[in-house]
Write a protein that binds this ligand. Structure first.
Ligand code: FAD
Length: 464
């Protein structure tokens, strides 16, 4: 059936890309508006100019439970670029390591106390606390939303060794906030999603990574879909206000004064960019206020080119106790199978980087190298050939105590206007899966709209 309606997607990050791809696959006329000169939003490749090398704006990992993200990758033809290693490594100062498996005994050991110094009593306490934690994720105590993850783990009696080796690090990875301010409810909700998916599929949720740069993974394939389906992409098109008249969307006003006509809109911008866009929507005050309260949290990523290998044992290594300087080290040689002509590339991540975000880049690199030398004996004499620091002050919305329940639904009071983006309400924290899931829900809402009168008449008269 021919649908004459004009669908406009605002924002070319993952949520907007997914919405545009799926609307195009459904045969709709789509225009994508993106304020920048490139697509990809917070997930994109970066050229390291002096080396003519391609790195990313920050290492992104992918959970095996990311259903909608995999649907997107299948749509754009890049599903093959994600790998799930059988193991990850936890590393302590001095180079001591523990391998965490995702299956069988190593997986159980990781859950019940991976710390090499854990005593048998610690392991029993960790096992007890872990079972209680799992139960409380599914049957949440009424006050969970008032607790930090730190307070919750204490109340569960999780021993320090298990916290150091697994839980504090996992919590930081899930919500990008230190456990002393992260909302226990956000952490528990994501774990509950993981438990449910694990039970449904009879295998645990594990962590994988892209084996190529983020543009190849997310953007190039989308561009091919757009070319195939005639999607118009407008770069440097800054949306200012979505026009709504008589309860229906009519267009999108742009910063240059132009108006993009629209019969349906997916607004897929982050919470920090929503101000003004929804002024015509009756409930705009409530959404703006939620967007404001959700705020943001910083991540600092560094692409570090060294003159020698660090001596990693796995593609992904967590530096235990290194939080605040580096929480994870990603070995791009192991991940992408890349050569070492430009040196050995390591991508370092600092989540909840409230201190690092204000430091000059050379200070960030010095601090990170000092830490790497403590954790990797092979790094003692390593030289930095090149370093690219990527500070992202608004990396994700914040998931501290008090943010639970704020995230708005994709549905608005105007049926032809839907919201998308990682910050809208989904089963996940601020992740790529949240962006993709929000897009799937937004698109489903638009595809469920009644057909326009003219199309219904055409079908009736042709007897289809
Ligand atoms: C360093 C870093 C590491 C991360 N690591 C992980 C990870 O390991 N795993 C994971 O799952 N997630 C991770 N994330 C989170 C993930 O990247 C985001 O959740 C996801 O990319 C958000 O997608 P989005 O489409 O909702 O928003 P965005 O990617 O921000 O896209 C929004 C787009 O809207 C555009 N826009 C804004 N305002 C307007 C306007 N007025 N008009 C037109 N366009 C506009 C923006 O330019 C942008 O392109 C990480 C994020 C960062 C920054």
């Amino acid at each position: 059936m021919n649908d004459p309606r004009r669908y406009v997607v605002i924002g070319g990050g993952l949520a907007g890309l997914a919405a545009a791809v799926w609307l195009a696959e459904a045969g709709k006329q789509v225009t994508l508006l993106e304020r920048r000169g490139r697509l990809g939003g917070r997930t994109h490749a970066l050229e390291v100019a002096p080396l003519r090398d391609i790195a990313d704006n920050g290492q992104h990992v992918i959970a095996s439970g990311y259903e909608h993200l995999f649907r997107y990758l299948t749509s754009v033809g890049t599903r093959q670029y994600v790998s799930f290693p059988q193991r990850g490594v936890l590393r302590w100062p001095g180079g001591r390591t523990v391998t965490m498996g995702t299956k069988g005994f190593p997986a159980v050991r990781a859950l019940f106390g991976a710390h090499p110094d854990a005593t048998p009593a610690d392991r029993v306490r960790a096992a007890n606390a872990t079972v209680r934690l799992g139960w409380q994720c599914l049957r949440q105590p009424a006050d969970l939303a008032d607790l930090t993850t730190d307070q919750w783990l204490r109340r569960l009696g999780m021993p320090e060794t298990a916290r150091e080796a697994l839980w504090d690090w996992l919590a930081l990875g899930i919500a990008a906030e230190p456990v002393r301010q992260e909302s226990a409810k956000v952490f528990a909700d994501v774990l509950a999603t993981g438990i449910r998916l694990g039970v449904k599929r009879l295998r645990p949720v594990t962590i994988g990574y892209p084996t190529t740069d983020l543009d190849t993974l997310f953007v190039s394939g989308a561009q091919r879909v757009f070319d195939r389906h005639g999607v118009t992409v407008k770069h440097r098109a800054v949306a200012r206000r979505i026009r709504i008249e008589n309860g229906a969307v009519t267009g999108v006003e742009l910063a240059d004064g132009a108006v993009q006509p629209a019969d349906a809109v997916v607004c897929a911008v982050p919470n920090s960019y929503i101000g003004g866009l929804l002024d015509d929507l009756p409930e705009h005050d409530e959404i703006y206020s939620a967007a404001d309260k959700l705020g943001y949290t910083p991540i600092v990523s560094t692409n570090l080119y060294l003159d020698r290998p660090l001596g990693t044992q796995a593609a992904m290594e967590a530096l235990i106790g290194g939080a605040g300087v580096i929480d994870e080290v990603f070995d791009r040689q192991r991940m992408h199978g890349r050569g070492t002509l430009n040196g050995w590339l390591y991508c370092l991540t600092t989540s909840g980087a409230y201190e690092q975000i204000h430091k000059p880049h050379h200070a960030v690199v010095d601090e990170q190298m000092a830490l790497l030398r403590r954790y990797y004996p092979d790094a003692a004499d390593a030289k930095v050939l090149h370093a690219q620091v990527v500070p992202m002050p608004r990396a994700t919305f914040s998931q501290v105590v008090g943010t639970d329940g704020l995230r708005p639904s994709q549905r608005t009071s105007v049926p032809t206007l839907v919201l998308a983006g990682d910050w809208t309400r989904t089963d996940w924290s601020a992740t790529m899966e949240s962006a993709a899931q929000s897009a799937a829900r937004a698109v489903d809402l638009l595809l469920a709209l009644p057909a326009p009168i003219s199309a219904v008449e055409r079908v009736t008269s042709s007897g289809d």
